[in-house]
Structures are given as C-alpha cells and as structure tokens.
Design a protein around this ligand. Sequence first.
Ligand code: HGY
Ligand code: MN
Ligand code: MN
Length: 419
Amino acid sequence: MASSLPSAAVLGARAFAALEGLNRFTDEPGKLTRLYLSPAHRQAAEWTKGAMEVAGLSAFIDAAGSVQGRREGPVPGGPCVIIGSHIDTVKDGGRFDGNLGVVAGILVAQALRDAGIALPFALEVVAFGDEENVRFPTHLSTSAALAGAYDPAWLEARDAEGVRLSDALLAFGGNPGGIAALARKPGSVTAYLELHIEQGPVLEVENEPVGIVTAINAQRRARVLVSGEAGHAGTVPMSLRKDALTASAEMALALETIAAAHAQAVGTVGVFQVSPGAANVVPGRVEFTVDFRSPSNAVLASMEAAIRDRFGEIAARRGVAVDIAVYTNAPAVPMDGGLQEALAAGVARAGGNVAARHLPSGAAHDAMAMAALCPAAMLFVRNEKGISHSPLENMTEGDAGIAIRVMLEAVLELARRAA
Ligand code: HGY
Ligand code: MN
Ligand code: MN
C-alpha cells in the first residue's frame, strides 16, 4: 500500500504549488491579509472548493463561510475523520499559518484517491474561515459552528468599520440562519486532525521536522476602554491632566510585568487606538486589546484578577475611567491521547529518523473548538525561527512533505484501528 503513495518530496512540492495558488488571494496587494468574510476570503474559499473537487471530494461553502469537502465511506452519511485548519489570516500575515493545514488535508485525500485506497470511514477536509478572530471579536466561530458551540451573539459583533458580522456574512454569500444546522451530531465525527506550523522555536532548536501537540494553552482576550479628558496640549498643566494615553501606556506595561511574573504565561497589547489622535490634543480616549495566555486555567484566572487590580489602581491615580470587557475566555484543551499515538505511529511509518517530539501549543487553533465535539489532535511542523503572524513566516518544502506524509500515515493508522 505504501508504495503507491506519493513520497514526502512529491507531497512537499505539491503543497508549495497549491499554496502559491491559494495565496494569490489577499485584500492588501503585496501583503497577505485575508480577513473573515472579506472579498479575498471568498475568492480563497472558491479556490479551495475547486481544489477539493479535483482531489475527489464533494465540496461546498457552508452557511458560516467555511469550505467543507467529503469523500464518502462505506456507509453513506456515516462517521467521518476530519482534517482541517483555516484559510483566514491576520493582517500582513504568513503564507503557511492555517493555509498549509488545509492544503495538507486536500493532498492526503488526493493521495488516497489516486492510490485507490478505500477507508472504513468517510474522510472530510474543512477550511475554516474565522480562526484568527482579527476582524470580529469572536472566538474560533466557524469551527465552533461545526462543534455545536456557535454563540448567536457573534452575529451582532461589529468590525472596526461598524459592519455587523451577520451583514458581512450575507454579503459574502453565507446564511446566518443556517449556522445552527451546521452542528455535527455527537459520534458523527470520530477524529479531528490538524497540521499546523509550530509558530514557535522548539522544533527548529531541537532539529526535529515535526512534533505532536499535547495541549493547547488557555487564552483570554479583552477590549479595554480608557476614558480621560481631551485638552489643549499647550495649555493644560501636567498636574491637571486626565491623559487616557499615558494611563493606557502604564496599563500595557503593567500587563507585561504580570505576564512575566508567571512561567510560560504571555500577555500582549496588539491593538491601541488613540482618539482624537491629533498632535496638539491631550488624548481623551484610548481603546486597546489585551490577549493573555497560559498552560494553566488557574494562572490565567489569577492574571485576570491582577490585571483588573492594577488597571483600576492606575485609573484611580490618574483620574481616568477604565472598562475591561473580556470577550474570549478559552480554557486549556488537552489533545486526545489515542490520536497522539496515531500521529506517533504515522511518524514512525513515514520513515526517516524522525522522532515523535511532544510539545504544548501557545497558539490557539480550530482544534480547540473541535475538541468539544470529538477527539482532536495536532501535528506541528517546524517553521523558520518560529516566526509567524508576519510576512517573514517561512518553512521548507521538505518539512512540509514529511509532515503531510505523517498525516497520511496517521489516517491509515486510524483506518487499521477501525477495520
Ligand atoms: O491567536 C492565535 O493564537 C491564533 O493564531 N489565532
Ligand atoms: Mn493558525
Ligand atoms: Mn494565526
């Protein structure tokens, strides 16, 4: 059976060629920016649907904007294994984050079809559309839709231009009223597998091409609004100011100190909007985001308490008001042990002296949402210096091929177990 399957080198070349096609679609020429429900997302979804069909999957773009492809198993409508990831990106993002995992799923399906290998279950590939949650204050909304955990309040969420998610979804060609029906029945999905770049330095430092994810860190995100008093930059004495920017800056540094005080925790202020935003006006209002994460839910809870404490103290001392609105609260998610073993078997069968290195994920992934529906596991692949969420994100074709071959072998391992 293995001899009729493409080599890692062939799979790597195919993956890079496919990514070339998929990554033509961007909302910012010269950069890779493909936010949820944007015109580029629609084009990328259409391209993905076509690529799935070429690989022998029957495919469609679903009500929430994800692309679903399926190759039936022996029982029409029977249980399936899903290989998934996302095709939305951050602003000015990298070519591999999410996109590689979707292309990998398509190539695995194509290789099995070409080799005439029948599986004892249906095989699905899903390209989720809202994993980055950059445009709207949501959390893994399109994979949550499949897992039956879609929050209807997300439909009222607004982007930076004030566009409602439901309106953007209708304009995209989606159907807000059809999202609830996307929820899969418990037991209908026997496994979810995701291939993703590590977005961290461990595999490169340890000179390993792939790694098996043990758990995905807990994550919380909040919008912080600091309200002070706008004033004339030339006339308001320093002692009388209620400067929203300097207060927010002190809060950002306080977050940094709180995160640094907890091993393996991280804290980031990624968006910082100052108004009115004129050189000769003391800023009256600042809105910024806080993203903090840890392997431990308990640590995250104590970090949130410390953040509320410190931000409140800074606001009181500076005479400004502060409002902290948490909109994401995702506990840590362990990856399924049995599927981790299937991935380890895939690593062993894929050949080469590749070790089955296990490691946690600091980044969030659709696997977090899918784990609420079915056993979920992730395979990491080495990427250059672990750089991600950046146009400098890079990896080798060889590593992509090894990782996709491991995924292929892991699916065959699941088939052997199910037979
Ligand atoms: O933010 C994250 O961890 C993921 O890349 N969306
Ligand atoms: Mn990702
Ligand atoms: Mn990402």
